[in-house]
Design a protein around this ligand. Structure first.
Ligand code: IPM
Ligand code: MN
Length: 360
């Protein structure tokens, strides 16, 4: 199969700008490798609320369900963040989409680039060579438990719930990933306090025997938050519940020097959604300064998912080439920098031209 249906949801803030660069990259990939990508655009988030009143319009959901993969930009808008009383919120669109598509595993790879090592506020010898895969559970836990706010606005709760069958699939996935890597899996939890965490531990313990070659380790989330910046190289694959994964992956992004570099894949039984881990960064909207690399590397993860390995590797190589040659946005070089679209074009051109010379 060389024909793919891609749902494109640019969303809010800088989402549309960075997704436009990913489309440019996919056009270059089609040209170089002769694949065909058919793009269908959908509304989501604050934009969808202002146009339809619904953060995830039915039509958008349909486009996604019919697609082979979903390319996603960003979601969120300050006008909602500053209004805790808003009943309809942009984030609900993304959460509902994750749930509807059953995207239970959110995979967030993290590594350092030698030419960017000085960009991290952390010491070079501590971070150099870090290579971590975070597996975050994405469709359960406190994000999806019952929530309630009392009429008087003075009492509220969010319930954190997990069923064993929600934990098992992502833990298997994480074990299998560890087998392909350095064979270490760390479960991050708060099992000294939370019942749900104890259920995660028990579930991991139960299946550990199927993965005897993998060393399984447990770490409390507070300690993990510290260990991640004290000694990130101790981690190989991390598996954790929804909210802990949200928090520690933003924290871990500091290791790479910029959150603008980090991609993610959200995988389910039948579909995959690919999005940068950074948010909508509204302050940068429309300025052409957003780093498109996180979205572009998310596109590489999409190509992995579609089993277009050659194209995915070519794309990663092209990104590395751009970074090594300091063809980067201002977050990575405040003295000499290029715009969002210049960086995207540089990478797209490299894909086209290096691939042509390779085949000719
Ligand atoms: C993320 C984001 C989302 C999350 C928000 C936008 C709902 O922070 O993908 O990490 O919390 O999952
Ligand atoms: Mn987050």
């Amino acid at each position: 199969n060389d024909h793919f249906k891609i749902a494109v949801l640019p969303g809010d803030g800088i989402g549309p700008e960075v997704v436009a660069e990913s489309i440019k990259i996919l056009d270059a990939i089609s040209e170089a490798f002769h694949y065909k990508f058919q793009f269908k655009y959908g509304l989501i988030g604050a934009e969808a609320i202002s146009k339809t009143g619904n953060p995830l319009p039915e039509e958008t959901l349909e486009i996604c369900k019919e697609s082979d993969a979903v390319l996603f930009g960003a979601i969120g808008d300050p006008s909602f963040d500053n209004n805790p009383d808003a009943k309809v919120r942009p984030e609900q669109g993304l959460l509902k989409l994750r749930k509807e598509l059953g995207l239970f595993a959110n995979i967030r790879p993290l590594k350092t680039y030698s030419s960017l090592i000085g960009k991290s506020p952390l010491k070079q010898d501590i971070i150099e060579g870090t290579d971590i895969q975070i597996f975050r559970e994405l469709v359960s836990g406190i994000y999806f438990g019952e929530k309630f706010t009392e009429e008087n606005g003075e009492y509220a709760y969010d319930i954190c719930k997990y069923a064993k069958e929600e934990i098992l699939p992502i833990v298997h996935m994480a074990f299998q990933e560890a087998q392909k890597r350095r064979k270490k899996l760390t479960l991050i939890d708060k099992a000294n306090v939370l019942d749900t965490s104890r259920l995660w531990r028990k579930t991991c313990q139960e299946i550990a025997a199927e993965y005897e070659d993998v060393e399984l380790e447990y770490m409390f989330v507070d300690n993990a938050a510290m260990q991640l910046i004290l000694n990130p190289k101790q981690f190989d694959v991390i598996v954790t519940e929804n909210m802990f994964g949200d928090i520690i992956s933003d924290e871990a992004s500091v290791i790479g020097g910029s959150i603008g570099l980090l991609p993610s894949a959200s995988i389910g039984e039948e579909n995959g959604l690919f999005e940068p881990i950074h948010g909508s960064y509204p302050q940068a909207k429309g300025k052409g300064i957003a780093n498109p690399v996180a979205s572009i590397l998310s596109t590489a993860m999409m190509l992995d998912y579609l089993q277009l390995d050659l194209a995915a590797n070519k794309l990663r190589e092209s990104v590395e080439h751009a970074i090594e040659h300091k063809y980067v946005t201002s977050d990575l070089n405040s003295k000499q920098w290029y715009s969002t679209s210049e960086v995207g074009s540089f990478i797209a051109d490299y894909i086209k031209y290096s691939e042509k010379s390779y085949y000719n």
